[in-house]
Every structure is written in structure tokens, then in C-alpha cells.
Write a protein that binds this ligand. Sequence first.
Ligand code: FAD
Ligand code: PHB
Length: 393
Amino acid sequence: MRTQVGIVGAGPAGLTLGRLLEQAGIESVILESRSRAYVEHRIRAGVLEQRTVDLLNGAGVGERMAREGIVHHGVELQFDGERHRIPLSDLTGGRTIVIYGQTEVVKDLIAARLATGSPLLFEVDHVAVADLDSDRPAISFTHGGVSQELECDVVAGCDGFHGICRDVIPPGVLRYFDKEYPFGWLGVLAAVAPSSEELIYASNDRGFALHSMRSPEVSRFYLQVAPKEDIAEWSDERIWEELRARLETVSGWTLSTGPVLEKGITAMRSFVTEPMQFGRLFLAGDAAHIVPPTGAKGLNLAAFDVTVLTRALSAWYGSGDASLLDGYSQACLHRVWRAQHFSWWMTTLLHTFDHYDAYDRRLQESYLDYVCSSVAASTTLAENYVGLDMPDH
Ligand code: FAD
Ligand code: PHB
């Protein structure tokens, strides 16, 4: 087999890249180790920045999102028995965010790809990448028990944090920047109408809690828990009890409960690899960087990376100009580091840390109060949350 761009991974990064390349008239083959059902039901992100929405619309996959996505103009921060609204749109010249699950983005992209007949192989095994420093890199894999080799011009490593592409790069080339947080998030999907019109980020002495949503009938919640917490210890009753304890701190407000549809625990980590490329391999999305989900940035960053990569590949195929490809990492990393800082900032602002003493907690409360009462400070949160305009885009 031969193609122009071999894409490893059919998460948001790989699927969006495939779609953008198709629009640019560039061929690709997408290889995914999991089944279609698995990738379509992996519950993760829920908040899309305006620019990501615009990108998906421009890619011709925004029709259902326009119908089912929920546009939000603000978010709530809750602490010390009070809720404070950050009016995102008022502070950012009218920008909004859209609540539309990653599962739905992935379903729409897969449906669009299958409709055009462009190759997308699920359940591939033994994926290996070779000859990255030549002009004919190759991906070997097995599919349906048959070994195959895909010869490419370029390989896009869109295989997430635990993928194989990053590790193919020879030792000494990459520099890693890494931070682990002393907690994880227990995520819960529940068949109950949201108890709030907007997302609630709640700081509480018992730990952080987040009330999000997926639709008028389905709510999404997160609880800060110990990093190695066993999900078996969290019965549905215990989850609701803890969510109530952390969220029902505002007088008169109650949390509606319902059947739990899904629950799981995710570790919290920040990670960046520099550069994001080697020879003919380009890393995009979680394969190159991870942020803690408090800032809702991961999927949005993945969408940005593949936009930059598509532009660079279009220039290269169009005129032979490799300068944008050469500058790929630099163009991405500028935004990546802004998102790293914002995600770390939101995380440290809102979570409890075991090593915090009473003084640290007071500092945190003072900062939260400042973010909610100063236009300058709330604008900092708002403009980062809805997505900054940066000169490289
Ligand atoms: P992935 O989604 O990880 O996709 C990688 C794909 O590659 C997978 O399908 C995997 O199966 C496949 N793969 C791996 N190895 C191989 C291999 N060897 N061969 C072939 N295929 C392979 N982001 C936001 O923007 N907003 C949010 O609100 C938000 N909330 C989040 C909440 C949680 C609880 C979590 C965990 C994440 C959240 N994120 C959020 C982050 C977001 O989900 C990720 O950043 C996003 O999934 C990254 O997409 P990706 O395509 O780079 O990687
Ligand atoms: C979600 O709805 O899954 C979600 C919302 C906001 C975040 C993270 C996740 O910061």
C-alpha cells in the first residue's frame, strides 16, 4: 500500500487531520488499534472552543453539532458558599464555547470519512513505524491477521499519550517536560437533566468538583480523588453523596440525581515533548502534549496542531516549500505552552493539595475572590477559556 500521509490513531487529532487533508486534496490512510465502537464511546472532552467549532464547521462535519451542541456564554466558579458567574462572552467580545461531547465529534468525523470511502482501518495490530529519517517512511501493521506495509511521504503520529510514534524517535532528540498532580478525576455520566444552566467549577475543602453536561437529559460530573483511587470503592450512592457535599454549598440550590451510566478515574498530568517532529514524523494532539482537563484544552489543542500540519503539508505538496513543515513544532508549541500554563493555573486555583497548610488555602481563596471580582482577572480566565487569538494562527 502507498499513500501520501500515514496517520496513526483515529482519535480527534487523527480523524480531523484526515478530514482536513481530504479537503486539501491530500491522500491519507488512518490506522486505529481499537474498534470503531470503542473510539466512538470513549467519554472524554465536552467543551469546544469557538475556533474548534469553526474548524469542524469548515470541515463540513458541523451539522449535528449545530443542532445538538449547547452554546454557553459563561461559566460559574463556586467557593466559600457562593457562586460567581464569569461572563465569558461579555469579556471576550462575544465569544462562546459549545458543549458537544468528544464522542459525538468522533462519530461525526468517522461517518464523514466512511462516506467518502477514504481508508480508515480499525483494529489494526503490531503497528510499527520505520525509516523516519528517509523520504520514504513506512508503517507496518497487521489487519485481519494479514501483515501489511504502508509506504508514505509523511507519518502523522496522532496515537495519543500511550501511542508508539513518540517512542520511535531516537533517544536524545526529544526533550520532555512533565508534571504529575497528586490527584485524579473521577468522571461520571448520569441520565439526569443538568441542575445548572452553565458549568460549575467548585472549590471545596473536600476537593474539587465540576458539574458539566452533555444534553438536556444527560449530565457529566467530575470529583477530585486520590490518584490511585479504586473505582470499585465508589458506589453510585457514594458518588452522589460526595457530589452533594461539594456542590450543594450554595443555599437553596439542590443537585438532581439519576442513574449513573458510566464512571471512571483519570490521572492528572501535564506533559510536553519538544520538538513535536523528527524527520518525516509529525506528532499531533495528546501524542505530543497532555494537559489536566480543568482548562478543557486537550481536544482544542489537538484540533489546532492538525490545522497547522495541514497548512504545512498543503504548502509542501503545492509548491515544494518545506518551511512551514520545518516550523511545525514551533508554530504549535507557542499555543501548547499557553494552554499548559492556563490548565496548570486552573488546576492549582481550584483543587485541594495535601501539602497545603492554612496559609496556602487562604492564598487560594484570595486568588479565587480576585478572579471573580476583578474585570482584569476574570478576563484572563475568560479569554484563555474560550481560546486566545495568537499571532501564529
Ligand atoms: P486520543 O483521543 O488519545 O486518540 C489517540 C488514538 O490513537 C486512540 O483512538 C488510540 O486508540 C489510538 N492508538 C493508540 N496507539 C495506537 C497504535 N499503536 N496504533 C494505532 N492506533 C493507536 N479536552 C478538551 O479540549 N475539553 C475538555 O472538556 C476535555 N475534557 C477531558 C476530560 C477527561 C476526563 C479527559 C481524560 C480528557 C479531556 N480532554 C478534554 C482531553 C481530550 O480528551 C484529549 O486531549 C483528546 O482526546 C486528544 O485527542 P488525540 O486524538 O490527540 O488523542
Ligand atoms: C466535560 O464536560 O467533560 C468537561 C467540561 C469541562 C472541563 C473538563 C471536562 O474542564
